[in-house]
Design a protein around this ligand. Structure first.
Ligand SMILES: [Zn+2]
Length: 424
């Protein structure tokens, strides 16, 4: 599946207002479904679908009938997804937060399936045809990507409201596949604060610090906003104008982050056949307040998600290893060298290796990943247990199906790691 996003342009303010009403109605249906589930024990997904039809016929809520019937069903499905997620978590005792389904207050999107809208033949315009009669908008889409897909391939359409306007997301039934030449190149990466990541060859990718750059402007805008806030009163137009400005700044940062994550992840996947990274539990790290801002700024999680995505379409392998000991171990002799957060250099008292802290960690991460892959190929995963370092499971995503290629990945590096490393 592929998502293509296009901005909805050149509509009148009334047209956008109608889209907004459709979004609000979708939220209304979803919340009604959650309410129904709370009040009626043993509610099933099917019951919620039936509830949609009842709501549409209800004369006290005439606007529900305006929303396309499939969009109403999608809203019920969304409610059900939240309920199903909750049930799943209830069965898992290791998860503390169960996520009881909540009512939505600030929903930003409505989802259509295949009816309720019409695309023009040249794919440059879209017309919404359901009861809200939002009418025709121009589609502005940077890659002009929509022309390549038939309307049968468009499975769903989501209208999303953002700080700078309304967007359409097309969910397209298409498996993206890229050519990838197997070279046997493997890499471990250590995600960090100083550098965005350091790889096991000693290369670094700098941290962009988008938030820091925009932070000044954001702080100023935020200050203005709180000055305009009136407690316990209806907020003024000026307040809402400023609120929009702040939201746009946040949007800018999140777009820059996403862009950067995509570019870095793609470059990494294109030039390697195996990528190993640390499975960082960002939510735990963010609790450390001194680091919180820069950690969420670095957006490691988003980056690793993109690495996985590109690994799939390039048919390579990636492994997320548990982070224990990767910074402490000496990557040459395996001795434990304890460090504080501020120790930037790894100096081994046993084998006298001197390495950059992150470089040392990246090599350890790669080793851990290769060990895991080796065990996986031998069918011994989970059978070891004698190694005190071996706690926590790795996550393995193998997308290249050639087992021979995989064993070629594991072998050369075992000899390489014996040869030791030249300190930088
Ligand atoms: Zn050592």
């Amino acid at each position: 599946m592929l998502v293509v996003e296009a901005k909805l342009k050149n509509g009148s303010s009334e047209q956008y207002q109608r889209l907004n009403e459709a979004i609000k109605t979708a939220q209304f249906v979803r919340n009604k479904c959650v309410r129904y589930w709370m009040d009626n024990k043993g509610t099933t997904r099917n019951d919620l679908q039936k509830l949609c039809a009842v709501l549409a016929k209800d004369s006290t809520t005439p606007w529900v009938n305006k929303l396309n019937s499939q969009a109403r069903q999608s809203s019920a499905d969304r409610a059900w997804a939240a309920i199903a997620r909750f049930y799943l978590k209830c069965h898992d005792s290791s998860i503390k937060k169960k996520g009881f389904p909540k009512f939505k207050k600030y929903s930003r999107s409505v989802e259509y399936k295949i009816t309720g809208y019409k695309l023009s033949d040249d794919r440059k315009q879209i017309t919404f045809t359901d009861g809200f009669k939002a009418g025709t908008f121009d589609l502005w889409c940077s890659q002009k990507a929509l022309v390549y897909y038939s309307s049968q391939q468009i499975r769903r359409l989501r209208v999303v409201r953002r700080a700078d306007g309304y967007y359409c997301q097309f969910l397209i039934d298409y498996e993206r596949q890229e050519k990838h030449e197997f070279t046997g190149s493997v890499v471990g990466i250590d995600l960090g604060l100083k550098e965005f990541y350091t790889d096991s060859n000693g290369n670094t990718v700098e941290n962009p610090h988008f938030l820091k750059k925009t932070a000044r402007r954001l702080r100023k805008a935020q200050r203005k906003l709180s000055k305009r806030f009136k407690k316990g009163q209806k907020q003024s137009n000026n307040y809402h104008k400023q609120r929009q400005k702040v939201a746009k700044l946040h949007l800018k940062v999140s777009r820059q982050r996403k862009d950067r994550a995509i570019k870095d992840a793609l470059a990494l996947v294109q030039s390697h056949d195996l990528v190993v990274y640390e499975a960082l539990q960002v939510s735990n790290l963010v609790k450390n307040h001194k680091l919180a801002k820069s950690i969420s700024d670095a957006s490691w999680y988003q980056f690793t998600q993109w690495v996985n995505y590109f690994a799939k379409i390039h048919k390579i392998t990636c492994i997320a290893v548990p982070p224990q000991f990767t910074t402490i171990d000496c990557s040459v002799c395996g001795a434990k060298v304890h460090k504080t957060l501020s120790t930037r250099t790894h100096i081994c008292p046993d084998c006298k290796t001197v390495l950059d802290r992150d470089f040392n960690a990246a090599i350890n991460i790669l080793k851990k990943g290769l060990k895991y892959l080796g065990e996986y190929l031998n069918g011994t995963v989970g059978h070891t247990g004698t190694d005190p370092n071996d706690w926590g499971e790795s996550d393995l995503w193998i997308f290249n199906r050639d087992v021979e290629d995989l064993s070629r990945l594991v072998e050369p590096v075992i000899s390489r790691s014996d040869s030791g490393r030249i300190p930088r």
